[in-house]
Design a protein around this ligand. Structure first.
Ligand SMILES: [Fe+2]
Length: 300
């Protein structure tokens, strides 16, 4: 079977925050992203050569605005548009003035209809001339976004059958970890069953175990609520730390992740719903873990 289109990676997440003034210092000074540009409406932050890996938008309520994936080639971008249009997903090319303002090439947006999540597809982003200079954290990349969805099964089916995400592991009727094929990282998107549609968390992968340990102390000193970890996820083998941003949205730092390659991939595993699946070290999530943040334009 010819696959309709190929991803390269998760490019960036766009979050709504209720106070840029409060959130920008958090993402810059405590998480370690670099502010590229900002005005009173939005802030672009980076953690590598890409122009940005995160955009914060000033908004009346906090949540996920969209998640943007970089396609492997321009031809993949065009194939993705044609495939999603044929599949009835109604993708829309974004105005060239907006793609220029975002520092990306031609791009389109399309809503995953079950969770309400807006996805963006693009094939190139401005590569910065000056290398990213890590401050408090050696962030390697934005890793993944996780959602809670009422129509969990429908959302996972659409993401895998129409959007060409590949399930790496799942807990039956509860949770699916998906990679953006053929990117080998265990998951770039995950969906869990929930009473409502909401953002669960946004992950940044760090390049050193010390980044996790140092973050624990830095967050505690700054009075940031740690909501889960440190621990190690069973499915992806990642060592993790979850904490809350100033709006209460859950952010994650993780170190290490299984890679599943295009040649001879292993089959997805059906995992037990067990606290050990979430953390083999046995920490317990706080009640605010993965709770706060709307899906903009979604159903709730
Ligand atoms: Fe995660």
């Amino acid at each position: 079977m010819t696959l309709p289109f190929r991803y390269e990676k998760l490019g960036y997440a766009a979050l709504n925050v209720t106070s840029l003034e409060r959130s920008v210092p958090f993402y810059r000074d405590l998480m370690g992203l670099e502010v590229v540009t900002m005005d009173e409406r939005m802030a672009f932050l980076r953690c590598g050569q890409d122009h940005h890996s995160l955009i914060l938008y000033q908004a009346p309520s906090a949540g996920i605005k969209r998640v943007a994936y970089k396609m492997a080639t321009k031809a993949d971008l065009e194939r993705a548009f044609a495939h999603l249009a044929e599949s009835g997903m109604a993708p829309q090319w974004i105005d060239p003035a907006e793609s220029t303002a975002l520092g990306i090439g031609p791009a389109f947006r399309v809503r995953e209809p079950n969770s309400g999540l807006m996805l963006e597809f693009y094939d190139r982003m401005i590569q910065m001339a000056v290398p990213f200079n890590p401050t408090v954290t050696k962030i390697a990349r934005i890793g993944h976004v996780v959602l809670g969805a009422r129509k969990y099964a429908e959302s996972v089916r659409t993401l895998s059958e129409v959007f060409n995400f590949t399930v790496s592991d799942f807990v039956e009727n509860k949770f699916s970890w998906m990679r953006c094929f053929p990117n080998p990282l265990h998951h770039a998107l995950a969906v869990g069953k929930s009473e409502r549609d909401h953002l669960h968390h946004v992950n940044f992968m760090v390049s050193d175990i010390d980044d996790i340990g140092a973050a624990i102390n830095r967050m505690k000193k700054a009075g940031v609520q740690i909501v889960f970890g440190p621990g190690r996820h069973l499915p992806s083998t990642s060592i993790f730390l979850y904490f809350l941003d100033p709006d209460g949205m859950t952010m994650e730092f993780s170190f290490g992740m299984e890679e599943i390659h295009e040649e001879n991939p292993r089959e997805p595993r059906m995992l037990e719903m067990h606290s050990r699946t979430m953390d083999i070290w046995g920490s317990t999530p706080h009640e605010q873990f993965g709770k706060f943040g709307a899906i903009e334009g979604g159903h709730d």
